[in-house]
Design a protein around this ligand. Structure first.
Ligand SMILES: Nc1ncnc2c1ncn2[C@@H]1O[C@H](COP(=O)(O)OP(=O)(O)OP(=O)(O)O)[C@@H](O)[C@H]1O
Length: 302
């Protein structure tokens, strides 16, 4: 095959999928922590894997990065199986993990200059420093950086090689609100430049701000994948009607609040239902329901 020819796409793999996972299984000592996971990340999108501690986010991402083995399933990342992919594939991905790879003795600028040598066309150090708002700390030793500054250095190292696909594992942990917002701007800029981003986060607001699509991971399975505004659409249709009766708060959880209201108004001919409210779950409540942190019985007064 000449360099001009391209390999035929594997059956079922869309050209615009940066990541395709089918039936991923990972066990630690007999305990299944990723349990038959299916996942597609399209080229050019920001995809957030959202889930509680221990849901399997890091394990999944590390399998996709090619740094962790798997016990089952098919994984294709940028057209290759990460378990077998080589140096050329690795150069097309960027990784910001939970632990730092940067040494402590060098300054920030020295660290970036050092790692630049590993990339064919690295982003110039001055540009990187500005991108992650570390220009003022360029001469500071890495050992003297705050937690949030260190995190920004790791992000700089992750994007230094101009990756096609960037993995960000809980990237804003330890950042203050200003650094977090500036980081969000950075991710938006990467997306605008065509970089695919797969990030893990505990933060709902971060997923809602950044992601084109969010995958909610619970106990090693994806329980829902949707754009943030559509997450839990089914759960959001459930409304809670509350009112006061005989001095006590009554509550009905229902998909048909209009019918409940009709009954209530019929029971109050004067037209006034004391303490009446109708609410629908917000994003946080939807998320908690999805990951099984709450279960809301439907239809029964409580
Ligand atoms: N090297 C390991 N050996 C044994 N168990 C592990 C190992 N790494 C992770 N686990 C376990 O696998 C489960 C999934 O962990 P993982 O780090 O993937 O979850 P996570 O969703 O990223 O959690 P967090 O949000 O806390 O980072 C957890 O119960 C964890 O204790």
């Amino acid at each position: 095959m000449t360099a001009m020819q391209t390999a035929p796409a594997a059956a079922g793999v869309r050209d615009d999928d940066a990541v395709r996972v089918r039936g991923l299984v990972k066990r630690y000592g007999g305990r299944t922590v990723v349990d038959g996971l299916d996942l597609d990340v399209r080229r050019g999108e920001v995809f957030a894997l959202l889930g509680p501690n221990g849901a399997g986010k890091t394990t999944t991402v590390e399998v996709l990065e090619g740094v962790r083995t798997r016990d089952g399933g098919e994984v294709t990342v940028l057209g290759e199986d990460p378990a077998r992919a080589g140096r050329a594939w690795r150069d097309r991905t960027g990784v910001v993990g939970q632990t730092t790879g940067a040494g402590n003795a060098l300054t920030v600028r020295e660290t970036l200059d050092h790692f630049a040598r590993y990339h064919a066309t690295p982003v110039p150090t001055a540009e990187l420093l500005a991108d992650v708002a570390l220009a003022e700390s360029a001469g500071t030793r890495v050992s003297r950086l705050s937690g949030g500054q260190r995190r920004r250095l790791e992000v700089a190292l992750g994007i230094q090689g101009r990756p096609e696909l960037l993995f960000l594992d809980e990237p804003t942990t330890g950042m203050d609100p200003v650094a977090r917002r500036s980081f969000w701007g950075l991710v938006r800029g990467l997306r605008a430049a065509g970089t695919t981003v797969l990030l893990t986060t505990h933060y709902l607001d971060e997923a809602a701000e950044l992601a084109d699509r969010v995958g909610v991971l619970a106990a090693g399975r994806l329980v829902e994948v949707a754009p943030p505004a559509e997450l839990g659409a089914d759960l959001r249709r459930v409304a809670t009607v509350r009112w006061t009766e005989d001095g006590a708060v009554r509550e009905v959880v229902t998909r048909e609040p209009a019918a409940v209201l009709r009954d209530l108004l019929a029971a109050h001919p004067a037209g006034e239902v004391p303490g009446l409210t109708v609410t629908r779950p917000d994003l946080e409540e939807v998320y908690l329901s999805l990951v099984g942190a709450t279960a809301t019985p439907e239809g029964e007064p409580r």
